[in-house]
Design a protein around this ligand. Sequence first.
Ligand SMILES: [Zn+2]
Length: 483
Amino acid sequence: MLGWQLFEKTVMKLQRYGRANSFEPRRWFLHHAGLSVTFAVMMMMTTIAAAQDSTTTPRDPQIVAALRQISPSRIQATIEKLVSFQTRSTLSAQDPASIAAGHGIGAAREWIKSEFERYARDCGGCLEVKTDSFTEAPGGRIPKPTEITDVYAVLKGSDPESANRIVLVTGHYDSRNSDNLDITNPAPGANDDGSGTAVSLECARVLSQLKFPATIIFLTVAGEEQGLNGSHHFAQMAKSAGWNLEAVLNNDIVGGDRSPQQDTSVVRVFSEGLPSAATDAELRQIRSLGGESDSSSRQLARYIAEAGRAYDAGVKPMLVFRTDRYLRGGDHTSFNEQGYAAVRFTEFREDYNHQHQNVRTENGIEFGDLIEFVNFDYVASVARLNAATLASLASGPAPPAKVRLLTTKLENDSTLTWETSPGASSYEVLWRATTSPDWEHAQAVGNVTRITLPTSKDNVIFAVRALDNHSHRSLAVTPLPER
Ligand SMILES: [Zn+2]
């Protein structure tokens, strides 16, 4: 009896979410009454597993091959070089003599530029290397007018129709020690954020060997420790130039600090819930729809979770549904404030003795952000997860525009409409229970821009995503109601 009840409950649950619609559980059960309860339970498990599997993207062999090129030893060489500049404080030396001597943030900036230029030569000039320089006025943690320079490389999209779509990876190359105004004593910044800078550079080196329809930007910023100045300027520039920036991946402290409590199997991915750029009217709508967990940054986090399932990066994303850790901030928020989808990658467990500290030993404890605490295999795994996400997004079609859920009358069906996406050959409707963190169902609906499903919009959260001929997926877009 218990077996039957469990079976019926599960089938009913599946029916509620729009699956197994033509199934008559009681008839089936009676007909197969001779079968053991164990077998019935196995059947249910298989059905449930199949439903969940349908949200998983197939691997692209070209992306798999690219991920194999990501090299822990190249990442180690990058971080060693960054540490060799002794300090990369944003306030440290940038004069020609210091640059020539390989000391201070100016030398670091010039080296990063030369490294991007080297990758550009290796791909026949496919990367355009650029800088975004500005003078920050005194204030806060900037005692005098300071030149801040972001360095970046652009891998322009190969498809004229998609090249205006941009995905971006970033890390900050400035560093600090215990005193944020100290410009002379060592601030090695191996983990914070030599690791994130190395992720951006390694993604550039490897992905520049491939062609993508959409554009990828590999960014390294300065001024993070003084107040996110570099990313703030860059995000504002992107906004005022009207860039169609679909996704920003910020890597900050992804060195996998070698403390015994570290979990190297996961990397945290932080994403904001309520968009910081939302207007009051948008916030009211979010409140009435229960849309608190469906910002574009959260959809990006879910996309990363899916990339983590599809590709073997060596590390799994652990989604954290908040903007950042307590008492800390990062460059992704500069992009969030301009209305862009942006998330932060950070190692599972940070060791506060090894960040924002003067290099010293006290009572036998080593302080300082030293390279000996960085796990290069871990950084390489995080770089693979970033590269898989960037490559999937840049290969895929644009997310569907103007996604709407029709609410003209009271009904138990749900009708969704959207506009065709450049590069798309079909679409999928995703949905999940309102209490679930990630998509539970994906239904292929073909090359249409309108679909009616026998699932009540009152009970689930819907989204639509676009697919190309090779099953590359776009970001998912949740609908706005339309009467
Ligand atoms: Zn940092």
